[in-house]
Design a protein around this ligand. Structure first.
Ligand SMILES: Cc1cc2nc3c(=O)[nH]c(=O)nc-3n(C[C@H](O)[C@H](O)[C@H](O)COP(=O)(O)OP(=O)(O)OC[C@H]3O[C@@H](n4cnc5c(N)ncnc54)[C@H](O)[C@@H]3O)c2cc1C
Length: 357
């Protein structure tokens, strides 16, 4: 049965929620003061993968989501996503053998390649160890462009897009009834908070505790270059990808760290690493750096679920990978009231007794 829903935040997660809810027949109001396609989403590498920080339940959700990206791309060829694979020559201190042994028994397709094969696959890569891993099902999404793409489809499917900031969530006894924005009170049967790193603060306004961190992530961006990289490549001290417009984005870590402390110097270091990692026909030209804050629940895992009647939370790192799964599964849960097994480990109630925000 169609319900009225209100989604706070139009990054990749909120936009995916708004679109799926609208397609499911819900009345949707999407609220965000900005139209840039998210905050973290606009600063993200957008690597879609299922290998990082990985107990089985997290792997399963990410794998499901990667398949959803593929299915969406088949339906919407303009979606800024491509499944171009990853070459792992290293994995930030974890031996590649461990990555292989952990994931291939779960059915994850990873194959060993020799230095010679790497040279054929990625001829511009200058540093090649004796062997690496190829994962063909990983890919790359432009998260802010994908957020705008999904938001526009949500509006086409009937969602109303309201440019305003949510100040607090409204609660009447045991039930959330909507939000107060800087312009008005908006009422709905279900209020979804997808406000990235601000989700914890908003949930706190109705007494729901979601401890959050926001580790910084530094990325550098080059000016457009001729095609140099065919897939996402992970080396010992760099991850890099080339976008269809020729620009290369590169970063140095996934969890925040020393390279972020002084972004100007960190960016120079990353650019030097990138120049050493590739051998382009002409020198690469530096464009700029970005420093994004990753919305991350304190235990590192997504928060997806309803802690209170009328309230639904969707906040996570790896949102570029997870957006289509979260949009689809959370919408099912909101419209049917049935919990999906893939979402069980991510319920917000795991923080109910932490006593901190
Ligand atoms: C450097 C970096 C690299 C990353 N690399 C990857 C990667 O390779 N793969 C991967 O899967 N993930 C990656 N991530 C993580 C991923 O980008 C995020 O998980 C994802 O973008 C989060 O999307 P979101 O929509 O939840 O949040 P955001 O994009 O932050 O969007 C939140 C939205 O909420 C709005 N908002 C906030 N407060 C309010 C309010 N009070 N009222 C109304 N609206 C509000 C904001 O304006 C914003 O538009 C990376 C992140 C960073 C920073």
């Amino acid at each position: 049965m169609a319900q009225s829903t209100l989604v706070t935040g139009a990054g990749i997660i909120g936009s995916a929620m708004a679109w799926h809810l609208a397609e499911a027949g819900c009345k949707v109001t999407l609220v965000d003061p900005s139209d840039t396609g998210g905050a973290a989403s606009a600063m993200s590498l957008g690597w879609t993968n299922a290998t990082y920080e990985n107990p089985r339940f997290y792997y399963d959700l990410r794998r499901f989501s990667m398949e959803r990206w593929d299915a969406l791309k088949a339906t919407y060829p303009d979606l800024p996503y491509r499944r171009n694979g990853t070459l792992y020559t290293s994995f930030y201190g974890t031996p590649l053998q461990t990555v292989y042994d952990e994931h291939t028994p779960w059915g994850y397709p990873m194959t060993w390649v020799s230095a010679k094969q790497m040279a054929e696959l990625e001829p511009r890569l200058s540093v090649r160890p004796e062997r690496g891993l190829i994962c063909p099902v990983e890919g790359h999404v432009a998260p802010h462009e994908a957020a705008v793409f999904l938001r526009e489809r949500a509006v086409k499917a009937g969602a109303e897009y309201v440019r305003s900031r949510v100040l607090s969530v409204l609660r009447q006894q045991d039930r959330v009834t909507g939000v107060r924005t800087e312009h008005a009170e908006l009422k709905a049967d279900v209020t979804v908070l997808a406000a990235g790193r601000h989700t914890g603060q908003l949930a706190q306004t109705v007494g729901v505790k979601i401890p959050m961190t926001a580790p910084p992530g530094l990325l550098i961006h080059t000016k457009p270059a001729p095609p140099l990289i065919n897939r996402t490549i992970l080396t010992e001290d760099l991850h890099m990808a080339q976008w269809p417009d020729g620009t290369i984005t590169a970063g140095g870590d996934f969890g925040g760290g020393a390279v972020n402390d002084d972004p100007e110097t960190g960016a120079q270091i990353l650019f030097e690493r990138l120049q050493k990692a590739l051998c382009p026909p002409a020198p690469l030209e530096y464009s700029h750096h970005t420093l994004g804050l990753r919305p991350t629940p304190q235990d590192g895992f997504p928060v997806i679920g309803s802690p209170l009647q009328g309230l639904y939370l969707t906040v996570m790192h790896s949102g570029a990978t997870l957006a289509p799964a979260v949009g689809a599964l959370a919408t099912d849960e909101i419209t049917t009231g049935q919990r999906h097994a893939l979402l069980d480990p991510f319920h917000p109630n795991r923080f109910a007794n932490t006593g901190s925000e």
